[in-house]
Ligand binder design. Sequence first.
Ligand code: GCO
Length: 458
Amino acid sequence: MQFCDGFNWGVSTASYQIEGAANVGGRGPSVWDMLCRKPGAVWNGQSGEEACDHYHRYKEDVALMKELGVKGYRFSIAWPRVMPEGKGAINEEGLAFYDRLVDELLAAGITPWCTLYHWDTPLALYHQGGWMNPDSPEWFADYTQAVVDRLSDRISHWFTLNEQQCFIGLGMLDGVHAPGDKLAFAEGLLAAHHSMKAHGRAVQVIRARSKTNAKVGMAPVAGLFYPDTESPADIEAARKGTFAVLKKDQWQQSWWMDPIMFGHYPEDGLKLFGADAPKVKPGDMEIIQQPLDFFGMNIYHSPRVKAGPDGNMEFVPRPVGAPLTAFRWPVEPECLYWGAKFYYERYKLPIVITENGLSNQDWIAQDGKVHDPQRIDFLHRHLLQLHRAYSEGVDVQGYFQWSLMDNFEWAEGYKERFGLIYVDYPTQKRIPKDSYHWYKEVIATNGASLELKQPAIR
Ligand code: GCO
């Protein structure tokens, strides 16, 4: 049992979660710096000001990746490091940091997969309306141009935006992520529309200016429902439910994806959202719908459903005592099989899993090591499901585990540990966990080590 030749085994991180050095090298403030200062917004009042100090320790971190054997590294560029005011002047020192990082990666034989935006909107732009401002797509295009002009001789894999559902939904509607606003639904949809245009403009800029043959995608929350049994009725109910617009919230997947992939909002969404839907101006959809090279998917868990009497889905409650991660997220490995399958069927692009993993109660044991058998079992189960999708014909081209190392988990601060590498924050010491060594073998054998020696217990 193996994955395809050249399978992109990787790990993921994001700038604000690992870099630290928030006030170093000319970086401007972002909306996350603002939210972290707000009393009660982040667990224990923590912030990403220091995080993993990756800005200064990137060489050590790349060396650990090299040792792990990853083929690719998905990281993000901090917009306020490149453009401290969000637009206009370019901060040479900021770009120079990414120069050094990319050179270090390439010297280690690791392909950089660059996310242009993982939530750190420059604060100066937020003060001008942020994603509410109709100019925001052009701001993002200009920032993209600065990055592409500087780095595209060495970077050819790009993601535009990470999880619009979160930075718009959690950040601008629910107020639990930065910038911490609680806007009306219609305003959220308008900001969403602008962010889709920003995505489209960024793809255009990458294609027009890249010095190498660019491959472009994005990294959305790939929410789904998966079928309780493999009866055609359950499968159809789950598939239909996954892409139906059922509620007025940010978790309606086709609302985000269909414009980008098909060039229009879904009919059922337009009907349900009514006057809240943004006014689509002539030319908008032509910008939004740009050809992409792969479909990135961040997947962590998903609810299980079955067909009700009318064929529509009904939720299947989880059994009492069913497994949960430290974050209290349900463990549902089937989401990777059905997620890859459903999204491949609908959007017909090669699948790259851009995030998958769990937070676990990790600490340094008395032997000085970090033992995380739950993470090993979790990743193992998920990769088996992903392999099933691959073996049934889904074009799965990569898997980026979240995350290389423990880091700043947004509103949860440092409470949740997602890493293959333990970070002892007071000393910034890195300790590869057991799962790091396990994943190393998975990569080295291209998945053959996942083969079960005995039947799996569900
Ligand atoms: C997200 C982000 C990551 C998170 C990870 C774990 O999905 O929220 O892309 O930055 O840290 O998903 O929650």
